[in-house]
Design a protein around this ligand. Structure first.
Ligand code: ATP
Length: 542
């Protein structure tokens, strides 16, 4: 992971936000190559979800053909949206404060191990030593802390009396907190009881600044589709089943943002709400779950690092009959652990109904009912608008069920970066094999598709190479031009950013009009006419 992060900074994929001021935790900037890569991820999603939609043909595995449209909705929405959606009351994480270090942590991000030991003058005790880390870093951090705490030397590490494997603080009961040594504490028992922390960023509308003017930055893009369901039905000719897609920024005030861009406070989502007849919702759920898993596979993620995990019944949101996560084995995780790339959820009619009727909760019988106050009023009122769908062919009126594939553009981009990173060897200018770093991006995602070089800076080669370079750019193909350094070095510079094809103008070009085409992965070199370069790249990208 350290190599990936270093490459991202060195080559201009991802920078820390406001880095010259020391950075801001949980915020990231995309550099010149990162912006192209992330745009390609978004474009691939949009093209495969919306652009290529064929409303007449039944796709393999789907019950019927369908329509797909897009929207772009506002980041700040009516506060009532979040009350009815449940985010206002329930979009919370459990957190603890440390009285000694004055730090705040998300309970499930604090990991630790039971150990027997003696802190200062206290009697030996069984303590739960913690750190905020994952994977191999966790064990290293815990060992360092234990040695320091018990005044031992590094070479005594094998004498530490660990009593358990590592586990999350969330698995402990509050009664056990007296034995917990917080991630930055020197004594046990400094953590407060866990309490709820709402992840929505609050802001103020207008100049008065009273609490009545409070609004929220959206924590997901999905609500923009639900509140526009009726507008889309009324303004287009789509019929159920159809989907509404959106790509846009979301914000969550994550308590412990970490693992590079994986958990940020500002991030981008690619979400689609698919509205269907309740009797077909299970089939559609299965269709979209498989479709979304295959999307990552088709863009080059190898199956042993990708998994589709069905949620257990007790993990499901209270309204869902099925949810699956597409997960990736990010290198910052433990061996065998996976991190969520995308959730595909069957949401039933929960969202449309809550925007009609008010915030819904499950009653004792498991039915969704409007939550009420002690005096029997709805806790939060819905819009009162009729969001049911009338099928003019069957004459049936119903509230559609929703299947939601919700992906993160930044997490997908990070997974594609991690997956692409490889080290192998390639010949240098003297034919000696040298180690090279190569980003094996799928050509659709590669930030630069083609690089053009003159072999030497004379004999009209630069002029010809620039002509090819500009022809590529005019055709809308992201291209690079480089005339600095030996040719082997230039190839390796392109390998390191994942450019699939390089074209070199050389002496022979002036004789027969051909250029060398060198491939990133196979290292194969062939010759093609200079006038065919644009068409050749287009053909390979198609
Ligand atoms: P997690 O459990 O990791 O916090 P989540 O289950 O809350 O994620 P969803 O609400 O399902 O996530 O959001 C859909 C997608 O949005 C996620 O699969 C992920 O790709 C992305 N996402 C969510 N939170 C973040 C974040 N803090 N930073 C980057 N991407 C995020």
């Amino acid at each position: 992971m350290d190599k990936v992060v270093a490459l991202c900074k060195r080559r201009g994929f991802i920078f820390q936000s406001s880095e010259i001021y020391g950075g801001l935790n949980g915020f990231w900037d995309y550099g010149p190559l990162g912006v192209e890569l992330k745009r390609n991820v978004r474009n691939a999603w949009w093209q495969d979800m919306v652009g290529s939609n064929d409303p007449w043909t039944v796709p393999d595995g789907a019950p019927t053909a369908y329509h797909m449209v897009g929207v772009e909705t506002s980041i700040i929405m009516h506060p009532q949206v979040w009350k009815c959606s449940g985010h206002y009351d329930m979009f919370v994480d459990k957190m603890v404060d440390c009285r000694e270090s004055k730090s705040r942590y998300r309970v499930d991000h604090v990991k630790g191990r039971w150990i027997e030991g003696k802190v200062g003058d206290a009697a030996p005790a069984r303590l739960f030593l913690t750190a905020v880390a994952d994977g191999p870093e966790l064990d290293a951090a815990l060992t360092q802390r234990a040695l320091k705490l018990f005044g031992m030397r590094s070479k005594e590490a094998d004498k530490l009396q660990w009593q358990s494997e590592s586990t999350s603080l969330a698995t402990l009961s509050f009664e056990q907190y007296g034995s917990v040594i917080g991630p930055e504490a020197t004594q046990p028992g400094t953590l407060t009881a866990p309490r709820d922390f709402n992840l929505m960023f609050k802001t103020i509308l207008g100049a008065l600044g009273t609490d009545a003017d409070a609004a929220f930055l959206r924590p997901e893009t999905a609500q923009g589709m639900f509140v526009n369901f009726k507008n889309v039905c009324d303004s287009t000719r789509v019929k159920v089943p159809f989907g509404i897609a959106q790509i846009g920024k979301s914000f969550r005030n994550e308590i412990t943002p970490r693992n590079f861009t994986f958990r940020s406070r500002e991030f981008e989502q690619m979400e689609m709400e698919f509205f269907c007849h309740p009797s077909q919702s299970r089939q559609w759920y299965e269709y979209w779950r498989d479709f979304r898993y295959n999307w990552y596979v088709n863009l080059g993620i190898k199956s042993d690092r990708l998994q589709l995990r069905d949620h257990a019944q007790d993990e499901l949101s209270h309204y869902s009959v099925g949810t699956a996560d597409v997960e990736y084995a990010f290198p910052f995780l433990d061996e065998g652990e996976f991190g969520e790339l995308e959730g595909v959820a069957h949401r039933g009619d929960f969202d449309l109904r809550s925007h009609m009727e008010g915030k819904l909760v499950k009653d004792a019988g498991g039915n969704l009912v409007v939550e009420q106050t002690a005096s029997g009023e709805p806790k939060y009122r819905g819009s009162g608008k009729d969001l049911a769908y009338f099928d003019d062919q069957t004459r049936e009126k119903f509230v559609p069920h929703v299947i939601e594939p919700a992906a993160g553009a930044d997490r997908a981009t990070l997974a594609f970066i991690c997956e692409a990173y490889a080290e192998d060897s390639a010949p240098d200018d003297k034919g000696q094999m040298q180690t090279r770093v190569v980003m094996r991006f799928h050509p659709r995602l590669a930030p630069v598709k083609a690089a053009v070089f003159p072999l030497v800076k004379k004999d009209g080669q630069p002029e010809q190479a620039r002509e090819i370079y500009l022809a590529l750019k005019r055709a809308g193909i992201a291209a690079a031009y480089d005339e600095q350094a030996a040719i082997g070095k230039r190839y390796r510079r392109q390998d390191e950013i994942g450019t699939p094809w390089c074209f070199t103008v050389d002496n022979q070009t002036l004789v027969d009009g051909t250029v060398t085409l060198r491939e990133r992965d196979s290292l194969e070199q062939t010759r093609i006419p200079a006038t065919d370069v644009v068409a050749e790249v287009q053909r390979r990208l198609a």
